[in-house]
Write a protein that binds this ligand. Structure first.
Ligand SMILES: Nc1ncnc2c1ncn2[C@@H]1O[C@H](COP(=O)(O)OS(=O)(=O)O)[C@@H](OP(=O)(O)O)[C@H]1O
Ligand SMILES: Nc1ncnc2c1ncn2[C@@H]1O[C@H](COP(=O)(O)OP(=O)(O)O)[C@@H](O)[C@H]1O
Length: 506
């Protein structure tokens, strides 16, 4: 959050205090608490409040509050310490830099090895920095900029195209309200748009609005539409909104009044956006859907000017370049001997010959020798192996490269995590399930591992006595038990060409 200069740095009393790095959700909550965005809350909730919120969406004192704002720390940290004597906790960001002090008011056991901690938080130290820090404003800073009686809040969780801008401007004019645009930056936006890209897109539309106050807030979805809607209304109110321009799922929760915008269409007679009933059908152009916008960007086609201001279109095409230039992780999964390495090698060789993509191949054996040396085949070690591969692949793809990975990756959650890391890097992820039946893999038994597993000389062999969770989210499924190696390689190349990640193959 901004206002760094007001922070108390180097508070002697806190030098030896226990420190803890909260998880990403807790850190977002912490930042919102410090900003005043969770008013009236001033800290993490205690046990009674948490129970009360879960049961009634109210705090113990009866005030409405939709969200469980809780913090857990390892039980050992506060073992044997009376709450009255407990030192403050220093909470740090993911890099270990201090962000806040928490004055412990209550500690209670939650699950094995963990306890809940409640208490007020105050800004401390200079951690928690993030891109667009100047837009991560505390509520009092924003409220100080508001002079109108009415304030229209809007959650820009998507880029603002002309129809949204027209709706916003129309509502603000009708209410005679000042505009506060809240950009959620807690998680990647829709279609893999990174938080920073989303903010840049909103800033690119700034001069199309009437002096908006633009605020970046680290609020991520809790996976529950109602809670999300209620907390958004609370946060908007904390930033001074008296009205909220929303969608069907927006709720007031006793906070700002919610306005549901009407559908606007482009009137080709004079280039204005109007209520659909006011425009004769032959003159109307309907706003593009998210899929249509994504499709145009993927194909490298310009977004039409009647729909998207050119500055926004420029940001969007930077954020989502045509697939041919966008980073992509090509992730093969399947049993040992299914053909992952062979096909991956063939695909890589073909692309090296044409030189159309910059490539990094994360071959299973090489990774196990270098990046994952020392790891075995327990679930934990396999998950860590895939995490490392997914991380390196995402970094490669972040810069527009293609990463080709071919581990067994038997667990769906580890594969989903690799996909999420690629998406967060603004890249695509293509899962290829090499679904060669285990009998064929066993027959091939290039490395003699299956024979040894059958003989009981090794245990934990995937497909024999260790699990393989069959993907349900593969973009492509290959069975190499039929056809030649070249056929399998071609299938992948044709698919990548058809979908636009490489030049089309005939
Ligand atoms: N217990 C057991 N289970 C499966 N595989 C085994 C095992 N022990 C050794 N190997 C050899 O290690 C290769 C698989 O490593 P991966 O890194 O791809 O595995 S994982 O994704 O972490 O599960 C795999 O190589 P590939 O044949 O290339 O798949 C095997 O040769
Ligand atoms: N159509 C095919 N595609 C891929 N591999 C095939 C095919 N037909 C036979 N094979 C053979 O199967 C084996 C697959 O081994 P490998 O690529 O190392 O598998 P993995 O990397 O999945 O362990 C190789 O010996 C390869 O020559």
């Amino acid at each position: 959050m901004s206002e760094r200069s007001e922070r108390v740095i180097g508070d002697e009393a806190l030098r030896g205090a226990p420190t803890w790095t909260p998880n990403p959700t807790e850190l977002s909550d912490l930042e919102l608490l410090l900003a005043g965005a969770y008013a009236p809350l001033g800290g993490f909730l205690g046990r009674d409040d948490l129970r009360s919120v879960a049961a009634t969406s109210r705090l113990v004192d009866g005030r409405p509050w939709p969200l469980q704002v809780k913090l857990e720390v390892p039980a050992g940290m506060l073992d044997g310490i009376e709450v009255a004597d407990a030192p403050p906790l220093v909470l740090t960001d993911a890099e270990g830099a201090p962000v806040a002090r928490l004055d412990v008011a209550e500690v209670w056991p939650t699950r094995e090895g963990w306890c809940g901690v409640a208490g007020p938080v105050t800004r401390y130290g200079d951690g928690g920095r993030a891109p667009f820090d100047r837009l991560r404003m505390p509520t009092d800073h924003v409220r100080a900029q508001l002079t109108a009686q009415r304030v229209l809040g809007y959650f820009a969780d998507r880029p603002l195209h002309r129809p949204q801008l027209a709706q916003l401007n129309h509502a603000a004019r009708q209410l005679n309200a000042q505009l506060v645009v809240l950009v959620p930056v807690g998680a990647p936006g829709p279609d893999g748009l990174t938080s920073e890209s989303l903010v840049r897109c909103v800033l690119a539309a700034r001069d199309r609005m009437n002096e908006p106050v633009i605020v970046a807030i680290p609020l991520a979805s809790r996976g529950n539409e109602i809670t999300d809607a209620l907390i958004r209304a609370r946060v908007a109110a904390a930033y001074g909104a008296t009205h909220l321009l929303g969608t069907a799922t927006t709720m007031s929760g006793g906070g700002p009044r919610v306005l549901i915008p009407r559908e606007l269409v482009y009137d080709s007679r004079d280039g204005q956006w109007r209520d659909r009933d006011e425009v004769p059908e032959r003159f109307e152009r309907i706003a593009l859907t998210d899929e249509e916008i994504a499709g145009l960007l993927d194909d490298g086609l310009p977004l039409p000017e009647w729909h998207t201001p050119p500055a926004v279109a420029r940001e969007l095409s930077k954020a989502r370049p045509p697939r041919r230039q966008r980073g992509v992780v090509l992730f093969f999964t399947g049993f040992s001997g299914s053909g992952k390495s062979t096909v991956a090698r063939g695909v890589a060789d073909a692309l090296l010959e044409t030189g159309e993509r910059s490539l990094t191949v994360l071959d299973g054996d090489v990774v196990r020798r270098e990046l994952s040396a020392g790891l075995g085949f327990s679930k934990a070690d396999r998950d860590l192996n895939i995490r490392r591969i997914g991380w390196v692949a995402a970094e490669t793809a972040r810069h527009g490269g293609m990463a080709i990975c071919c581990p067994i990756a038997p667990y769906a959650s580890a594969r989903a995590n690799a996909r999420a890391m690629a998406t967060a890097a603004g890249a695509d992820f293509v899962l290829v399930h090499v679904a060669t039946p285990i009998e064929v893999c066993e027959q091939r038994d290039r490395k003699g591992l299956y024979a040894r597993a059958r003989a009981g000389q090794i245990t934990g062999m995937t497909g024999i006595d260790d699990p393989y969770e069959v993907p349900t989210d593969a973009e492509l499924v290959l069975d190499t038990s039929e056809g030649t190696i070249d056929d399998a390689v071609d299938t992948v190349l044709v698919f990548l060409g058809e979908e636009g990640w490489i030049n089309p193959r005939s």
